[in-house]
Design a protein around this ligand. Sequence first.
Ligand code: SF4
Length: 407
Amino acid sequence: MEKVELLAPSGDLARLKIAVMYGANAVYIGGKKFSLRARASNFEISDIKEGVEFAKQYNAKVMVTVNMVPHEEDLEGLEEYLIQLDEIGVFAVICASFTIAKTALKVRKNMEVHLSTQNSSTNSSVVKFWKNIGVDRVVLGRELTIEETEETMKNVDLPIEVFIHGGMCSAYSGRCTLSNSMTARDANRGGCAQSCRWKYKLYENDIVISDIEDPFSMSSKDLMTLDYIPRLLDAKVASLKIEGRMKSMYYIAVVVKAYRILIDEYYEKGFVSPETLEYCKKEIARAESRLTSSGFYGGIPTAYGHLYGINGAGVIQDYVAHVMEDSENGITKIQVKNNFTIDDTLELFSHCKANQKMDTIQLWNEENEQVEVANRPMQILYLKSNIKMHKDDLIRKYELQIRENVY
Ligand code: SF4
């Protein structure tokens, strides 16, 4: 049976590598040109090439979003850019604009051309239209219920990709002008200022009906679909996509690994055990900075799908250190990410083995002085523990800090 692709986001080369190592079959990134996250992108062509070569070692693919809605002035250099991406081995470009998709189809030799969710493809008829144009894959709009997704899948013979996790726009398929109106930053040309997630005062006529103690926001909860993965696999979608090119390395590692575990169990056993489902939900809750909901999969979102009173985003401080090199003689070189002390109970979160609780630890700084507290982010320390670690493993606090959540 052909396995579904787990497709993860990456905002830079380091996160690309983490996504692949923790179980993604493919990664999508935005280049510095023609992408909706162009402002935040760290990917020069040379970085994309390095990412493609790294991913190949894991039999994984790299896709590049070329998903802005271009105005006349934005088109200069488009053909050359697409040709470069094809030549360096990018698997696919993800396009939202007909102009960019048509240009990519004209110049590509090996590269696939995928149609972005921003086209709001919500039925089989529109998928057939894009197939006739020559597009290789369509990403469905995020506004479909699970039943509508299943029905669409029965009537198409083109690979289909669906979103399974991450931030949602409160606007339809990201077609939003809030950011344009409020900040003159065009959300459809890479400049979204996340205006929907700001805190507002809410007026009815001239009367403020919310104040700063009770701010109003238009932010959607993040999408979380662990419960729906078996049905999406049965429906034979080709790719399951996680949103979040701006998200942290820890978030990507945790979310990718949780979906990887669940998907693999379903292929292996034909079902997902309640224990695995619960475990994966708890894992994801440790990395999420916003509350989650099932988006449109369970039907039109109700008030529970939104964060009206709060924007819900908070910094998760579970993740305390990154492993820089494989352990040698029980000593591991780490980089500090969040505060911890030698009295904290820590846990290894690994890309190549099961999580492991650490017994007592000892720490030394680069001057070979023993320290008890790690409180300088990016500081290099040496950690002694009972566990062998590998480069790019992550270290986090052991205690579960599960927050209330609505699924
Ligand atoms: S402002 Fe909010 S709704 Fe608009 S594009 Fe940005 S994230 Fe989406």
